[in-house]
Design a binder for this molecule. Structure first.
Ligand code: HMG
Ligand code: MG
Length: 297
């Protein structure tokens, strides 16, 4: 059944900005996050505690997290691939952290420099320490609908990793269509398998819009009862490992569809559109949100 309420995780400040060529200062990121905090969003991914050699755009995440004007009721999260990342994220007072693995071996190697099995071993102490600090842990799985190195990825592999991460104590698994190759038919097949063994409220969809399929895939997710979706303001982002890749599904486009379906998110579309416009100007890029371009007042 289609949910009447949906929770959106705004990943623009992390997934979006980690892939933007123009590096943003701490102040610019803080301005963006503070503006997002005034739109009604309740979950904002604010940074990533990874190696600055791998992702230089996220190197100032600690300063960002300690400088934002936190608002009551908003969870500011960060990626934490290992204990070092978790320690830094907790020191910067992240409200929530996320581990990130993959359903494809090659992508796991390229992204976090270890096998899927090794990544799980690394995540165990991270999850345990976060829980000991009463910080909820989310999990991402990349390449759930295809891999830039291996092509097809089996839904069974996604199910296996999802089960493992949930059993270790992650509260939700965000299914990443990292390069946006998913289509409604494939998404439907994947969700049918996952939901035969896992509850819908443990799953989220994280769709990149490379082939313009993200919103269609979200609609399939809604029809399967999924009620948690990741999106990026102004469709920020891209992927350094995939030719022609665009960013995540734009938050404005998602919200435009949900509003029309009378699905409650608590977010103000016009406010979000303004934020998307400002960050696009700042980055000197075209606004990747179609609804944002059409409705800019
Ligand atoms: P490694 O090289 O295997 O790890 O990297 P290491 O432990 O040998 O450390 C190497 C160096 O990194 C050392 O520094 C460490 O101190 C440093 P050196 O001695 O060379 O000067 N280091 C760190 N520095 C800061 N923070 C840390 C940290 N850890 C080690 N936490 C590692 C392993 C995971 C760290 C590395 O591969 C890495 O940082 N990868 C990041 C990849 C990444 O951020 N990808 C993008 C996010 S995932 C994504 O976008 C997908 C998603 O959106 C979903 C989807 O769309 O599919 C979530
Ligand atoms: Mg992503």
């Amino acid at each position: 059944d289609t949910p009447s309420k949906v929770s959106i995780v705004e990943v623009g400040p992390r997934d979006g900005l980690q892939n933007e060529k123009t590096p943003l200062t701490v102040q610019d990121k803080v301005t963006l996050i503070d503006a997002l905090s005034n739109t009604g969003l309740r979950r904002i991914e604010a940074g990533s505690f990874v190696s600055p050699k791998w992702v230089p755009q996220m190197a100032n995440s600690d300063a960002v997290l300690t400088s934002i004007a936190r608002q009551q009721g908003i969870s500011y999260s960060a990626l934490t691939p290992n204990m070092r990342g978790l320690t830094d994220a907790l020191a910067a007072k992240a409200d929530e952290v996320a581990v990130f693995g993959a359903a494809s071996e090659s992508f796991s190697q390229k992204n976090i420099n270890c096998s899927i099995e090794q990544s799980i071993e690394r995540f165990i102490p991270v999850i345990d320490a976060a829980k000991a600090a009463s910080v909820p842990v989310r999990a991402y799985i990349s390449c759930v609908l295809g891999c830039p190195y291996e092509g097809e990825v089996s839904p069974q592999a996604v199910l296996d990793v999802s089960k493992t991460l949930l059993s270790l104590g992650c509260y939700e698994v965000s299914l990443g269509d990292t390069i946006g190759v998913g289509t409604p038919k494939k998404t439907s097949a994947l969700l049918s398998l996952l939901l035969s063994q896992l509850p819908a409220n443990k799953l989220a969809l994280h769709m990149h819009d490379t082939y313009g399929q993200a919103l269609a895939n979200v609609l399939i997710g809604l029809q399967h009862g999924i009620a948690s979706f990741d999106a990026s303001v102004a469709g920020l982002g891209g992927c350094p490992y995939a030719k022609g890749a665009s960013g995540n599904l734009a938050s404005e486009d998602l919200l435009y569809m949900l509003e029309n379906m009378d699905i409650d998110t608590g977010i103000d579309l016009q406010k979000l559109i303004k934020v998307g416009h400002h960050i696009s100007v700042k980055l000197d890029r075209q606004n990747g949100a179609k609804a944002g371009r059409a409705l800019l007042a």
